[in-house]
Ligand binder design. Structure first.
Ligand SMILES: *[C@@H]1O[C@H](CO)[C@@H](O)[C@H](O)[C@H]1NC(C)=O
Ligand SMILES: *[C@@H]1O[C@H](CO)[C@@H](O)[C@H](O)[C@H]1NC(C)=O
Ligand SMILES: *[C@@H]1O[C@H](CO)[C@@H](O)[C@H](O)[C@H]1NC(C)=O
Ligand SMILES: *[C@@H]1O[C@H](CO)[C@@H](O)[C@H](O)[C@H]1NC(C)=O
Ligand SMILES: *[C@@H]1O[C@H](CO)[C@@H](O)[C@H](O)[C@H]1NC(C)=O
Ligand SMILES: *[C@@H]1O[C@H](CO)[C@@H](O)[C@H](O)[C@H]1NC(C)=O
Ligand SMILES: *[C@@H]1O[C@H](CO)[C@@H](O)[C@H](O)[C@H]1NC(C)=O
Ligand SMILES: *[C@@H]1O[C@H](CO)[C@@H](O)[C@H](O)[C@H]1NC(C)=O
Ligand SMILES: *[C@@H]1O[C@H](CO)[C@@H](O)[C@H](O)[C@H]1NC(C)=O
Ligand SMILES: *[C@@H]1O[C@H](CO)[C@@H](O)[C@H](O)[C@H]1NC(C)=O
Ligand SMILES: *[C@@H]1O[C@H](CO)[C@@H](O)[C@H](O)[C@H]1NC(C)=O
Ligand SMILES: *[C@@H]1O[C@H](CO)[C@@H](O)[C@H](O)[C@H]1NC(C)=O
Length: 843
């Protein structure tokens, strides 16, 4: 253990290596001064709890936490006679049996999963509406303790109720152990078609979820495999449910609509067929026999090639109700995804629009769903883009339960290799006032069920943790999971307050740590939006491949409908009623009129709703194209600054996490320049309009690899062209012979950052060395496919484009720079350019 010679009292005392697996529940020591000592209880008392109850778990967590955080060992006792200085943990009903005295009214009327936390000196009473709620109260107590907030800890009285009953996470885990859109290694639940034997990570995951008050998890991919329903797998699911139940997390599963036929051997999966109905009833009964508290099912039907009721000319409601009715006797819930659209529409027709699909399909079915169906709606009408308007479906289902679907896994948002703190984005949706009937109707009140007086509703987020010790592949990305749970419980919380709490728990309460993590995180989404896709044009990634790096052209010209209709003069989707796809008319009148009109549409959604010339002048008084240029340069500059900002925390963060996070920021800074250059070159080329500041297409500090003296390297035309500087790279002549590229440095004597852009593909670990006057400056390997989490590419493109920087290299005019590349496997040591950057230049 290394101690810092700092006076800050709450600096975590352990600066030993941490692998991230404890996330925000590290229970790291805080200095326990006199006021802290006075808050420490001598006993933990639980009422009426067996070992599988979350009440017992709460006692164990309190015991571990008090020991870890304050160094005090506290014994667990049971029964009604709590000794003095006890933390008492119980359900309200058990407490009342023990103690006839009245409790406050708001404790008697707690909502399901709600809790009451009352402390006085070293005594605490933690009561849950149910056992799960009591566990939430215990985690709240521990959070105060771990943050060193002794004033609150010794003197608080609070009741806390959830915003909505549904607070779920979805995992897109496949039965073979892979995870769709997962960036942190294989599944913690499945391998080789079965539920894994060792469920210790599943237990730890349940712990994290419970601590942020998530009450259920769908464990398998929405693109579901029916073999999950075998008797053996049902037994496996029961084991999993047992493990997660002790943390109050119920499990549910995704179903494949065609299972009765593909797995059950029936000759149909028609939802109205008696044999199909009986088949699903039996499956459901079998599951509930093993898992009495199964949360329910999630179904993706008639969507992106998944089977559904349309195969039998049945409505989506008839499809959903099939499962809902089978679940009703058991109290289960059916989450039915609204992500239904035709992915073969033609861009030829100006009025075609995938964004219209959800309302077109679901609005006519309003009121036709069973009471235990919840329609699960992605936050925007397309697909988890960097910015979208709210899905208008939330305003159009008055007689149907709804939930919002968010993504913690950063599919279109940098795949955990770019830092993007998501709550500010989520807030643009959940705080949005849809003006239903011209009255206040924020999305958060619709999804809670409150606005339309629905019995059910809430939140789902696709999380996709994997076996990686960091859970999501990146330490900092975990703030998104933490914040998701907190917001699902209370969407009025402020993203910065949530973040600061997370930082205190994850790193330390040192003011510099708090301030820096706050600045980095709060800048991250605006920066990412700036360098990936502005003005509502969506994330300009490769939608046909990995959803990671830049490829603007992939948006148009295919049936997937993530169009932007960019040509030489104009860009944007005309979604107006008067002349376009009519999408804006799906909103209530007051919102529709804002988006219908070019003048009232906010700049950040302009191209989502309108088709305009590149020269169209925004409210900011810039043209669309100049905004693109400026934003991309500003975003890349912001990402570049992240490295130095993080570096300032070196003395304050344990070495392992410091280095792992640093590596990602260095990578992100480089990839942000790749994004910037690709998107600005693409539109510069398409529009022919110059950048007012002359940056686009001018890179005075670069030496293009194709212009260097090549020996064993040959010129290579990169596709898409904009993902290489000047469209060319070089590759080794064969994939077993070394290449060398050299040039004379034309720049003035001085100290420069030496940057090399190269391509790191899946398929090999090439090695590069860079020399100045034959003196080695640095060397590296193309192994990012193993060391970073994003979906790797097998091509030389915007996903594989990577950059490395050697700082403060002394250079004299006429020096010889030489890069040697040794190919490996199918990776031909590709090189794009070398740059010598004077201080302060990001290029
Ligand atoms: C103990 O630490 C807390 C938190 O810094 C501080 O507010 C309090 O004044 C300290 N109390 C004593 C007795 O030192
Ligand atoms: C233990 O508690 C759980 C719920 O808290 C209950 O479902 C279960 O029946 C109890 N088991 C025993 C053996 O009492
Ligand atoms: C019962 O309630 C009274 C009044 O709230 C309190 O003083 C007493 O400590 C309680 N007993 C237990 C076992 O919690
Ligand atoms: C406890 O908190 C209340 C309200 O926050 C405050 O009025 C009271 O003085 C506090 N009591 C002690 C002993 O600090
Ligand atoms: C479903 O799982 C089985 C067993 O693991 C596997 O053989 C099959 O390929 C899977 N089907 C799909 C469509 O992934
Ligand atoms: C009910 O489901 C179980 C488990 O999948 C299976 O073994 C049984 O054959 C099914 N019974 C009927 C009548 O389909
Ligand atoms: C599908 O059902 C609708 C109404 O239930 C009916 O009007 C239509 O003819 C049916 N189409 C086919 C192809 O069966
Ligand atoms: C809502 O307000 C708009 C004007 O903002 C008005 O045209 C419309 O009639 C109102 N609708 C209702 C239902 O009051
Ligand atoms: C109206 O729609 C047509 C296509 O039908 C399009 O060419 C034209 O640019 C649009 N007009 C405006 C003002 O957006
Ligand atoms: C994003 O770009 C806009 C427009 O250039 C700029 O005003 C803003 O400061 C940028 N923010 C970040 C974080 O890059
Ligand atoms: C976790 O993932 C990162 C890449 O995302 C990788 O560098 C690291 O080796 C992985 N660690 C484990 C234990 O899987
Ligand atoms: C060299 O690359 C080609 C394809 O580019 C591939 O077929 C071949 O297997 C590679 N050789 C080695 C040794 O990997």
């Amino acid at each position: 253990m290394r101690l810092h010679a700092l006076t800050w009292p709450f600096l975590a005392l352990t600066v030993a290596a941490e692998d991230g697996s404890k996330a925000w529940l590290r229970y790291a020591p805080v200095r326990c001064n006199r006021s802290c000592q006075k808050t420490l209880p001598s006993h933990i008392t639980i009422l009426n709890a067996n070992k599988t109850s979350p009440i017992f778990t709460a006692a164990e967590e309190l015991q571990d936490g008090l020991h870890g955080i304050a160094g005090k060992h506290v014994a667990i006792t049971r029964g009604c006679n709590a000794p003095p200085s006890s933390i008492l943990v119980a359900t309200v009903s058990d407490y009342l049996v023990c103690n006839g005295t009245t409790v406050p009214d708001d404790v008697l009327s707690l909502d399901e999963d709600g809790f009451y936390l009352h402390t006085h000196g070293a005594s605490a009473t933690i009561l849950g509406q149910n056992a799960r709620g009591a566990l939430y109260g215990a985690f709240e107590y521990l959070s105060l303790l771990a943050q060193g907030d002794f004033a609150t800890l010794s003197n608080t009285s609070q009741t806390s109720n959830p915003h909505a009953p549904i607070r779920w996470v979805n995992q897109w885990d496949n039965m073979d152990g892979s995870i769709e859109r997962g960036y942190a290694g294989p599944s913690i639940f499945f391998a080789s078609g079965k539920i894994v034997d060792d469920l210790s990570r599943a237990r730890e995951y349940a712990r994290l979820l419970a601590s942020v008050r998530i009450n259920a998890i769908i464990v398998n991919n929405v693109n579901a495999n029916a073999t999950l329903l075998s008797a053996e797998n049902m037994d496996g699911l029961a084991r999993l449910a047992d493990v997660m139940r002790s943390y109050g997390v119920a499990i549910g599963i995704s179903l494949n609509f065609a299972s009765p036929q593909t797995f059950g051997g029936l000759d149909t999966y028609d939802p109205l067929d008696e044999s199909v109905i009986a088949w699903w009833e039996n499956v459901t009964d079998e599951l509930y026999a093993r898992i009495p508290d199964l949360a329910g099912y999630l179904v993706k039907a008639s969507s992106e090639g998944q089977p559904g009721p349309d195969a039998y000319n049945r409505t989506l409601a008839e499809g959903a109700n099939l499962f809902a009715r089978a679940l009703q006797p058991h109290g289960g819930v059916l989450m039915f995804r609204a992500f239904v659209y035709d992915h073969h529409i033609s861009e030829e027709h100006w009025k075609n629009d995938r964004a219209n699909a959800a309302v077109d399909f679901f609005k006519p079915l309003d009121g036709k769903f069973e009471e235990n169906v919840i329609v699960q709606i992605k936050y925007g009408p397309i697909d988890f883009q960097v910015r979208e308007p709210v899905s208008p479906l939330f305003a159009n289902l008055r007689k149907t339960n709804v939930a919002i679907e968010l993504q913690v896994t950063q599919e279109y948002l940098g795949q955990q290799d770019h830092l993007v703190y998501l709550p500010p984005l989520w807030k643009t949706i959940t705080d949005f006032d849809l003006r239903v009937d011209n009255a206040s109707s924020p999305v958060r009140d619709i999804i809670s069920g409150e606005h339309f007086s629905r019995p059910l509703g809430g939140w789902a987020a696709v999380v996709n943790v994997g076996t990686n010790t960091t859970w999501l592949g990146s330490h900092l990305a975990l703030s998104n999971l933490y914040a998701y749970g907190r917001l699902a419980w209370d969407p009025t919380l402020d993203p910065e307050t949530i973040l600061d709490t997370w930082t205190r728990l994850t790193f330390s309460a040192h003011p510099r740590v708090l301030e820096t993590v706050n600045t980095l995180s709060m800048t991250s989404w605006p920066a990412y939006e700036n360098y990936t896709g502005n003005l509502g044009i969506q994330t300009l990634t490769d939608i046909l491949y990995t959803h990671y790096g830049p490829n603007p052209a992939s948006q148009d010209g295919n049936g997937w409908g993530q169009w932007m209709r960019a040509d030489g003069d104009t860009i944007g989707m005309d979604r107006t009623v008067w002349n376009g796809t009519g999408f804006s008319g799906q909103y209530p009148a007051q919102v529709a009129s804002v988006y219908e009109d070019l003048d009232t549409t906010p700049d950040d959604l302009l191209l989502w709703f309108h088709h305009v010339p590149y020269t169209y002048v925004l409210k900011s008084e810039k043209s669309v194209i100049q905004h693109f240029y400026d934003a991309h340069y500003a975003g890349a500059q912001a990402a570049d600054a992240f490295v130095d900002q993080w570096d300032s925390l070196k003395p304050l963060v344990d070495k392992r996490r410091f280095e792992e996070i640093r590596r990602r920021f260095v990578y992100q800074a480089g990839h942000a320049v790749v994004w910037r250059d690709a998107v600005t070159s693409f539109y510069h080329n398409l529009s022919g309009i110059a950048d007012q500041h002359d940056r686009v297409g001018h890179h005075p500090w670069r030496i293009e690899a194709e212009d260097m003296t090549l020996d064993g390297y040959v010129r290579y035309t990169v596709s898409p062209f904009e993902t290489a500087s000047r469209a060319f790279a070089v590759v080794t002549e064969t994939n077993s012979t070394t290449g060398s590229a050299s040039a004379t440095v034309p720049f003035a004597d001085g100290v420069y950052d030496l940057v090399v852009n190269y391509y790191d593909l899946y398929g090999g670990h090439s090695q590069w060395k860079v020399y100045l006057n034959e003196k080695l400056v640095g060397s590296w390997k193309g192994d990012m496919e193993d060391t970073l989490g994003h979906n790797p590419s097998i091509y030389i493109d915007g996903h594989s484009a990577t950059r490395i920087r050697f700082r403060k290299v002394k250079v004299r005019t006429g020096d010889k720079v030489r890069i040697v590349g040794v190919p490996d496997g199918t990776e031909p040591a590709p090189l794009d350019y070398v740059a010598f950057l004077p201080r302060g230049i990001v290029d």
